[in-house]
Design a protein around this ligand. Structure first.
Ligand SMILES: [Zn+2]
Length: 186
């Protein structure tokens, strides 16, 4: 896992030209990492690969409106999105607390559109376009941010950035120290 302070996280990811065995292996590795870390989404830069691919697995029980109806009943999880793009966003936005596997113990409310239409390619090279709602819409927007090098710290309000400044600084320093140590031993 790559953490806040690692330059790969703030580098825009490269478009994937062809979905081949190496991409399928990367997707499997990302799914394994996401489940091991108990996350609901992961983008390739978070495992050190600057490529436009992310994975999402929102549990059924977290994908329901207040009446218990699924927001995205036709969507099969996990999702593997190659070269995803947002084609449309709703005007209505909502602020909800978010975390990120690259920011241990950091949570902050983030404002995002409640619905989005996303286009992507799957692992068979087939194009998809779906309207997403609820937590899936939020999670996919978070992962697409990663592919542009945009992080929670860029999205949170100045008030939260100031409140979390000490924790963020410690995390960045720890990451930079680890990277320097890895460079010396490598
Ligand atoms: Zn994240």
């Amino acid at each position: 896992m790559r953490y806040y302070g690692d330059p790969v996280l703030t580098t825009p990811a490269r478009t994937i030209e062809r979905v081949d065995e190496s991409i399928r292996a990367l997707a499997q590795d990302m799914l394994d990492t996401m489940y091991a870390e108990e996350g609901i989404g992961l983008a390739a830069p978070q495992v050190g690969e600057s490529l436009a691919i992310c994975v999402v697995d929102v549990p059924r029980e977290s994908d329901c409106d207040p009446d218990g109806q699924p927001y995205n009943p036709e969507l099969a999880m996990p999702l593997v999105l190659v070269n995803p793009e947002i084609a449309w966003v709703s005007e209505r936005e909502e602020s909800r607390e978010e975390g990120c596997l690259s920011f241990p113990d950091v949570r902050a409310p983030i404002r995002r559109p409640v619905e989005v239409t996303v286009r992507w390619t799957d692992l068979d090279g087939q194009p998809w376009e779906r309207r997403l709602r609820g937590l899936v819409a939020r999670c996919v927007q978070h992962e697409l941010d990663h592919l542009k090098g945009i992080l929670l710290t860029d999205r949170m309000s100045p008030v939260h950035r100031i409140a979390l400044a000490g924790r963020l600084k410690r995390l960045r320093k720890a990451t930079e120290n680890d990277l320097r140590a890895a460079m010396r031993s490598g």
